[in-house]
Design a protein around this ligand. Structure first.
Ligand SMILES: [Mg+2]
Length: 437
């Protein structure tokens, strides 16, 4: 759920002058919840809350649920109290990613000047195609209809002359709306918002500005660049904020940024010291990550294991594998020893040294499958190198799992833990980087 401010006072027509308004910000409405309603139509008009586990937080709630005071990042326990009749569903990232791909692949048929900034939002620069259409508003209408046609979810679209205003416009057009801000009204529009609606002004900067009596964008716009610099101690930030406060943004739509890493982490239902429980959870993370790698046709080289302890301190360890991979079996061959070395000093232990709250994995050094030769490993710095026939068979099985998960959801099937990859951390010596806090 977007945390950008929404103001009822800006939800009106700002005029019909579309000239120069070639930036569209497209944002799905309550995306995860909408995806669930799309595949379970009987949930329409019911409060739907996405998130699982008594200690987790709300990821998304549909508009029916928001009427009960439910919002993102709220604890699920509070959400249950506020809306006991709500339908609570687990997060199914694979399914939402698949719907997202279907939507944005469709929008890319319009123009490739599309910058996807998250699973459910993108900026589209329509300046190159605006003359083939009857203006950006007609394009926005087409987008909203196409999103509905391909995914049965609604979206909101902000239409403006720059990315800053387009984003604020879409947020304030929600749900299922469209808002055009003519270029001549950018400044008047943004002046209505509190300072924290400007990207780059986080809670800390907002607090400092408040100490100087600056709480709205209009008040910020009345300061000179030098005055802003005196407050925020950064000349580049001061120039940026000064321009933004006048509704000016120089950001350009950059089509498709290459992905740098894929990560997955999960919180335990209860803090745990059970090594088996931690391994099972990390195995599930590995399965999810590798499914994403394969569906995006990427391979990875570096693995990072992360654990957060009950006292909220955390440790991570990374290792760069000898060969690029897409197989979760392969990933776990290296991730298990890394994991064990983070959580126990006793090689034969079945318990972690300290209770854990969360564990997860991320993979990086990504490259396109088609451009990366996956060499069989000639040697490994392990005393128990992976069995290649086993890995090959596992890889085939993982492809079958992909098909089933895509059809029935990511909780529909998973591998059990195989004894063949239950390497104890003492058996494998890996060169790695360790980080802790
Ligand atoms: Mg959204």
């Amino acid at each position: 759920m977007s945390t950008s401010p929404r103001l009822e006072s800006v939800k009106h027509s700002w005029g019909h002058d579309e000239i120069g308004c070639s930036i569209l910000h497209v944002d799905m409405d309550a995306f995860f919840a909408s995806c669930e309603v799309a595949r379970h139509p009987h949930l329409a008009h019911h409060p739907v809350i996405i998130g699982t586990g008594s200690r987790s937080v709300v990821s998304t709630a549909n508009y029916e649920a928001r009427q009960f005071g439910i919002h993102s990042a709220q604890s699920l326990a509070s959400a249950h109290r506020l809306c006991p009749q709500g339908v609570f569903l687990p997060v199914d990232h694979q399914y939402y990613s698949m719907v997202s791909r279907r939507i944005f692949d469709q929008l890319r048929t319009l123009t490739d000047h599309l910058q996807q900034v998250s699973i459910d939002e993108a900026y589209v620069d329509v300046s190159g195609i605006v003359y083939q259409w009857k203006g950006p508003v007609a394009i926005a209408r087409w987008i909203r209809q196409r999103v509905w046609d391909v995914a049965h979810v609604t979206c909101s679209v902000g239409i403006a002359s720059n990315m800053l205003i387009a984003k604020l416009a879409s947020t304030n057009a929600k749900p299922n709306g469209m808002l055009l801000i003519p270029a001549s009204r950018n400044e008047e529009f943004i002046h209505m918002f509190p300072v924290q609606s400007v990207p780059g002004i986080g809670p800390a900067t907002a607090k400092v500005l408040h100490q100087y009596g600056i709480s709205t964008v209009q008040q910020l716009s009345e300061l000179s660049v030098t005055q802003i610099q005196d407050i925020c101690h950064s000349s580049s930030l001061a120039y940026y904020l000064s321009e933004a406060s006048h509704g000016i943004s120089r950001r350009k739509v950059v089509p498709r940024k290459p992905e740098k890493s894929i990560s997955e982490e999960r919180t335990f239902t209860q803090d745990t010291t059970s090594l088996a429980e931690v391994k099972t959870l990390v195995q599930h993370c590995a399965d999810d990550i590798c499914l994403k790698l394969r569906s995006k046709q990427l391979v990875a080289r570096t693995i990072t294991v992360k654990v957060r302890f009950a006292d909220f301190s955390y440790r991570t360890k990374s290792f760069t594998c000898p060969s690029p991979f897409t197989s979760s079996r392969y990933l776990m061959t290296y991730a298990f020893p890394l994991l064990c070395s983070l959580i126990t000093t006793d090689h034969s232990a079945v318990e972690c040294d300290r209770p854990l709250r969360l564990a997860g994995l991320s993979v990086s050094k990504l490259s396109a499958q088609a451009q990366t030769a996956i060499q069989p490993e000639l040697s490994l710095e392990t005393s128990q190198a992976p069995d290649h026939r086993f890995l090959e068979k596992s890889s085939q099985a993982e492809h079958v799992l992909d098909v089933i998960k895509t059809k029935y959801g990511d909780n529909s099937i998973s591998f059990g833990l195989s004894p063949q990859i239950k390497l104890e951390h003492g058996e494998v010596m890996l060169k790695h980087e360790d980080h802790q806090e």
